[in-house]
Design a protein around this ligand. Structure first.
Ligand SMILES: [Zn+2]
Ligand SMILES: [Zn+2]
Length: 180
């Protein structure tokens, strides 16, 4: 009954690889633009004053400045998407991240951000990913094995740690809704 379920639907498998996909295309383009603009500007600036400082140091300096600013643009792009899936206020947070100097806004954001919001697979209620049960329909969001109490996947029939038959755990709501 459950074995035909698509493995890709496992909620915790897709997490890590999706983080990079959160970075929108515009911020990748802007960061490339910022990086090349800094190289060009610094090259022109250097042309004006040929015997001023070590040229190698100058190139390294503009390179690292460009890289730092470009990665900050990527970070802002990531936050602009991340803020939405956490049900936080996008306008307010984008302002904080942009206005606070030297990346302090981004640090504050990562310290204060809320858990990712997902939807209950059973009733589509918006729930925090830290919930163990759906507050509306009691769907088990993060099921555990009834024998060894380690976390199991929502579609698993047997515990991967101890081989316990998960369907014998009084048939929780998650299995009912998947087998329907
Ligand atoms: Zn629900
Ligand atoms: Zn187990």
């Amino acid at each position: 009954m459950l074995l035909g379920t698509d493995v890709n639907q496992r909620p915790d498998v897709e997490e890590g690889s999706d983080e990079l996909k959160l970075i929108p295309l515009w911020s990748v383009l802007v960061s490339l633009l910022v990086f090349s603009a800094i190289q060009v500007l610094s090259f022109w600036g250097h042309q004006g004053q040929p015997h001023h400082g070590n040229p190698v140091l100058h190139v390294i300096g503009s390179y690292s400045w460009g890289a730092a600013l470009a990665s900050y643009v990527l970070l802002v792009g990531y936050i602009s998407r991340d803020v939405k899936r956490r049900n936080m206020r996008p306008g307010l947070w984008m302002l904080i991240v942009m206005v606070m100097p030297g990346g302090i806004g981004a640090v504050v954001y990562f310290l204060l951000r809320q858990p990712v919001m997902t939807r209950c697979p059973s009733c589509r209620t918006e729930v925090s990913s830290s919930f163990h049960f759906c507050p509306q329909c009691q769907f088990q969001m993060s099921p555990v094995c009834g024998q060894c109490f380690r976390g199991v996947h929502i579609t698993d029939v047997y515990c991967v740690q101890c081989g316990h038959d998960l369907t014998s755990d009084e048939m929780p709501a998650r299995l009912r809704s998947y087998s329907d």
